[in-house]
Unconditional design. Structure first.
Length: 571
């Protein structure tokens, strides 16, 4: 991070990395006329995930930091996998993260006519030819990574024949797979991407924007660089898997003698305990392992949003992990740390009991109800206080009571006194059981009226403070307790012959349907976030209703990353 002072004298931190250093140097030398124009170019064939968030933050962030522009462009070159639903979800995700492309939203399909003309230009230059090899034959002719490939028998076709065949491809005369247009480069190249790559293939599919106008569609490598050139992009930022494609990116633009952006690669985001692949996401969704693309267990942006993550926490996460040149795996604990850090400052505190155990205060007046003051957020005094009802019958967490407590268990037990948050000291005098199951169903306790507010006038101390809810005023609610999607940090750490689905966590979701909450939770709207005291951060789900709010656990209160960070600083 680097510090920056604005016109008002305020000092803020801006991320710095090797890409920003390249941009800074280009501005210093006047390259691209002092302009900075990046782009975020997703394929609309699925929902965006946290890895895309890193790219979004990087591309829009560089434009922000250097007073430049960032385009949103959909690389929609494969109509068999693309849908308007995905386009709309991508737009929503980018906006939700806090970025604005203004009027600069484009589609690769906007440039199909230009791309076709460029392909014809390559044919006329003798740099492209129509090839009748099947896909399998094309792969065989390409050759191994360790040796040269073999030239296609159709490589020597004349310019006139290639022009005729390419026009007939466009007219839809040939079936899918019958032929392709390939660049004529070098079948002996050590870079397999340069061994006469396919530029166009035949697809008899309806495009979501162009309908049935086209029967041929450009391959990504060709569409990508041409679109960048048309839009006058200065820095074309890609993930590392495109590093070996950069010579092809440069070759196309050099041969066409058109405006030439600079492609720069950075390491993609890999996150522990989950997968980061649209193909694997589809397997999860289609296989019923999750409830859809926005399932809160999914690392999709829509899933994170539904779970309760904030845009600021994700942007902060992306700034913290930085931009590197080598792939690595980021610990999920860092993402959790970022949302805790954000919500700790802004989320109101409330009391909710997830696994209720009934408590009767036998010496509290049966017909009495009182209201106690509770702090909404100790980190922000401006959030004020609220009034919480208290009565004779309460609910506490079942795990807060032990009939035969082990060592270091300081919560409620027979004969033991504890504090109720904002309320009174209580002492357990009796535990009632179900005659059939033997399960404890009710506790009888006494309360000390002199300890109202949670403090003892005689100075005696207790070792535990419990949260609670008044039974007569409790809101019935459901809590969905989300855990890691996978049992192992590495999705590739599976037995031989098996895939990542073999390590899906069977306990990644636990639904608690008998929760009790403070009365204020009845007003929770989808997206409202709270800290349930002592339990974690929760967000109201779209499935909520006025009669029964539903809450997703965003993250627990336990902060493993903070401990890791502290240990690292202590070394």
């Amino acid at each position: 991070m680097e510090k920056e002072q604005d016109m008002t004298g305020q000092v803020s931190e801006r991320p710095t990395d090797f890409i920003r250093e390249i941009v800074r140097e280009d501005l210093k030398t006047g390259k691209y006329g002092g302009r900075v124009n990046t782009r975020f170019p997703p394929e609309p064939n699925g929902y965006l995930h946290i890895g895309h968030a890193k790219s979004i933050c990087l591309n829009f962030g560089i434009a922000r930091d250097f007073n430049g522009l960032c385009n949103l462009r959909f690389d929609d070159t494969n109509p068999t996998k693309e849908e308007v639903e995905y386009v709309e979800s991508i737009k929503e995700d980018v906006r939700w993260l806090g970025f604005d492309w203004q009027e600069r939203m484009y589609y690769a399909s906007d440039y199909f006519s230009v791309m076709y003309d460029y392909a014809v230009q390559l044919i006329r230059m003798g740099k492209a030819y129509v090839c009748d090899l099947s896909p399998d034959e094309t792969r065989q002719y390409r050759g191994p990574l360790t040796g040269p490939g073999k030239e296609s028998p159709y490589r020597s076709r004349s310019v006139e024949e290639n022009l005729d065949l390419f026009e007939r491809m466009r007219a839809g005369e040939f079936p899918e797979g019958a032929c392709t247009l390939r660049a004529k480069i070098d079948m002996a190249s050590g870079n397999i991407n340069m061994r006469d790559p396919v530029i166009y293939r035949i697809l008899h599919a309806e495009h979501h924007r162009t309908g049935n106008k086209w029967r041929i569609y450009p391959m990504y490598d060709f569409a990508h660089c041409v679109s960048d050139s048309i839009e006058k992009i200065t820095h074309s930022i890609c993930t590392l898997e495109f590093e070996d494609h950069r010579p092809l990116y440069d070759w196309f633009l050099d041969q066409l003698n058109v405006y030439h952006p600079q492609q720069i690669e950075f390491a993609r985001l890999n996150l522990s305990y989950t997968v980061m692949s649209k193909r694997k996401f589809l397997q999860l969704v289609d296989g019923g392992h999750v409830r859809g693309w926005d399932d809160p267990r999914m690392p999709t942006i829509s899933g994170l949003r539904r779970r309760g993550y904030t845009p600021g926490s994700i942007r902060n996460f992306c700034d913290r992990i930085g931009v590197a040149k080598r792939d690595s795996v980021v610990d999920m604990a860092l993402l959790e740390y970022c949302i805790r850090e954000d919500l700790n400052k802004r989320a109101p505190r409330v009391m909710a009991v997830l696994r209720p155990l009934k408590v009767v205060l036998i010496n509290y007046p049966e017909d009495q109800t009182e209201e106690l003051d509770a702090v909404n957020n100790p980190e922000d005094p401006g959030m004020g206080t609220r009034r919480v009802p208290f009565s004779r019958v309460l609910y506490i967490e079942r795990e807060d009571f032990r009939e035969d407590p082990p060592k270091q268990f300081y919560r409620l037990a027979p004969g033991r006194e504890v504090r109720l948050r904002y309320a009174y000291y209580i002492t357990c005098v009796k535990a009632l059981r179900d005659e059939k199951s033997g399960e404890i169903t009710e506790l009888h306790c006494t309360y000390d009226p002199a300890t109202r507010g949670g403090d003892s006038p005689d100075g005696r101390k207790v070792k535990a403070t419990l949260h609670w809810v008044s039974a007569a005023h409790a809101v019935e609610a459901e809590a969905r307790m989300y855990n890691y999607l996978l049992l192992k940090a590495d999705p590739d750490d599976v037995e031989e012959g098996k895939d990542f689905k073999s390590i899906i966590n069977p306990d990644s979701l636990e639904i608690l349907s008998s929760c009790k909450g403070e009365p204020c939770l009845a007003d929770a709207k989808p997206g409202d976030r709270y800290q349930f005291e002592r339990l974690g951060y929760f967000c109201a789900d779209p499935d909520s209703s006025a009669e029964r709010p539903v809450f997703n656990r965003i993250v627990t209160l336990k902060d493993t990353w903070a401990k890791v960070e502290k240990a690292q600083k202590g070394k």
